[in-house]
Design a protein around this ligand. Structure first.
Ligand SMILES: Nc1ncnc2c1ncn2[C@@H]1O[C@H](COP(=O)(O)OP(=O)(O)OP(=O)(O)O)[C@@H](O)[C@H]1O
Ligand SMILES: [Mg+2]
Length: 454
């Protein structure tokens, strides 16, 4: 959708110049040279942003701003001010103008400010969107095992409080979905759930993402920007992979946890927020503390309430439930079901990647399987062999939907793995001659380039 911009300025020349420049940028533009006409246009149009002159003959900019905010409280407004009206500009900011620009200005300057304002509203829009889509995106926490029941109970208890929560567990065990569940069950559920992966950003960016920045805080920052903590106000902030947070940032986070306040990058005003913090890690923080990469005091602040997500292998009784859940999710028309043999394979496997791995396996098998029943042949190959004896399939593969060729190929592949590609050993292991092995390797395209040393 093309953003639509409303320009309200009594100077026709200014309206015209802005309209031209902004249409050129690809925006839709509507203009008004009278404040009241501007209000009318704001009612009739779905606007992305308003550029508003502070000084106009019919009604003054502040009044127009108040009316605009009544029509749409979240509409970003950039005020145009003249020198000497800075005080009014500040008043405008207090009423909810997002930014201001002082006359005379370069068109480039306002273009940048518009871009930034749109970026920020997108972020806020995303938050709203997320709130609605939270359930759809994450689904529910499935599991009836004793371990999962315990987790669910903890989640329900902690949801009622404002306590900081630390969720730990291996990769793919559902740490994020548990955090969302806490948020959904809390009385913050109609406020934003804002997630940030602490491992994904370099330190400077991470700081400005978390706390926002003021105009001109660093090179290239012309506008001010709200951080995730401000966006999450009254809601929940989810700090993923907190163990990866640089130590200097940990000090700043500690202060937010203790005092619920911070300063934006390049700013001196203290911002107060009411935010619940949920953090996760799959790193052993005790070791990180011992190594000096994680602050002990921060650890105690985070660890007020700990939820440990159990690995899937320790609650295998949940596997059939989860399989059905994911079949439902990826095949809502129930066109395919899972064979008994496949279920046996899924139950047997150790799932180092936990629920995410199981989910991927089901999604993939539905794509690969053309018939009405998912057979072992449709499952990822690593599921078919036991971990301690990698050449031994855990089910009779001839009944798993495999062709003889596929079976043979897998067997050779596994034997090659076991004997690190040593063909003499593999041939012996399989009970065939070396030339037969070479022939088979070629046939299945498994032949490795001849080694130079030999
Ligand atoms: N108990 C569960 N019921 C249903 N779906 C689940 C469950 N646990 C996890 N999932 C699904 O598995 C996937 C991985 O879960 P999630 O992202 O919450 O794991 P994680 O612990 O945060 O993993 P990582 O450490 O890799 O970030 C998600 O798609 C999630 O919806
Ligand atoms: Mg995660």
């Amino acid at each position: 959708m093309t953003p639509k911009i409303l320009i309200i300025d009594d100077e026709e020349k200014m309206c015209w110049a802005l309209e031209r420049a902004l249409s050129h940028e690809g925006y839709q533009v509507v203009t008004a040279t009278r404040g009241l006409r501007g209000i009318e246009l704001a009612r009739e149009n779905e606007l992305s942003i308003v550029i508003l002159d502070l000084k106009m003959p019919d009604i003054d900019g502040i009044t127009v701003l108040k009316l605009l905010k009544k029509i749409n409280p979240s509409i970003p407004v950039i005020m145009i001010t003249a020198h000497g009206t800075i005080d009014t500009a500040i008043e405008a900011m207090k009423i909810g103008a997002m930014d201001y620009i002082t006359k005379p200005f370069k068109l480039e300057q306002i273009k940048v400010q518009i871009k930034q304002a749109l970026h920020l509203t997108n972020l806020e829009g995303q938050v709203n969107f997320l709130r609605q889509e939270l359930s759809e995106k994450y689904g529910k926490l499935v599991g009836q095992s004793a371990a999962m029941k315990e987790v669910t109970l903890l989640i329900r208890q902690v949801a009622k409080t404002n306590t900081t929560v630390l969720i730990t567990g291996e990769s793919g065990t559902g740490k994020e979905i548990a955090a969302v569940e806490i948020h959904k069950l809390s009385n913050r559920s109609d406020k934003p759930f804002v997630a940030l992966n602490c491992a994904a950003l370099p330190e400077q960016l991470l700081e400005s993402e978390l706390f926002g920045h003021e105009k001109g805080a660093f090179t290239g920052s012309t506008g001010k920007k709200k951080g995730r903590f401000e966006i999450a106000h009254k809601g929940t902030i989810f700090l993923d992979e907190i163990g990866e947070m640089p130590i200097t940032m940990q000090a700043k986070l500690l202060r937010v946890l203790q005092e619920r306040c911070f300063e934006r990058v390049g700013g001196t005003d203290t911002v107060h927020v009411d935010v619940r913090v949920i953090a996760t890690t799959n790193r052993d923080l005790a070791t990180a503390i011992a190594n000096g990469t994680f602050r002990e005091d921060l650890y105690y602040r985070l660890n007020v309430m700990r939820i440990i997500m159990p690995p899937l292998r320790s609650r295998k009784e949940d596997i059939p439930l989860l399989v059905n859940h994911f079949l439902e999710k990826f095949d809502p028309s129930h066109s395919k079901k899972i064979s008994v043999k496949s279920m046996k394979v899924l139950n047997h496997y150790n799932w180092p990647g936990n629920i995410r791995e199981l989910q991927n396996a089901i999604e993939r098998s539905l794509i690969v399987c053309q018939g009405a029943e998912i057979q072992p042949v449709h499952l990822p190959k690593e599921l078919l062999y036991s971990l301690d004896e990698p050449t031994t399939p855990i089910i009779d593969l001839t009944e798993g939907g495999f062709s003889l060729e596929e079976l043979e190929k897998h067997l050779i592949l596994k034997a090659m793995e076991k004997h690190s590609g040593n063909q003499t050993k593999v041939a012996k292991y399989l009970g065939i001659t070396r030339p037969t092995l070479l022939y088979r390797l070629q046939k299945y395209g498994l032949n490795t380039p001849p080694s130079r040393s030999g």
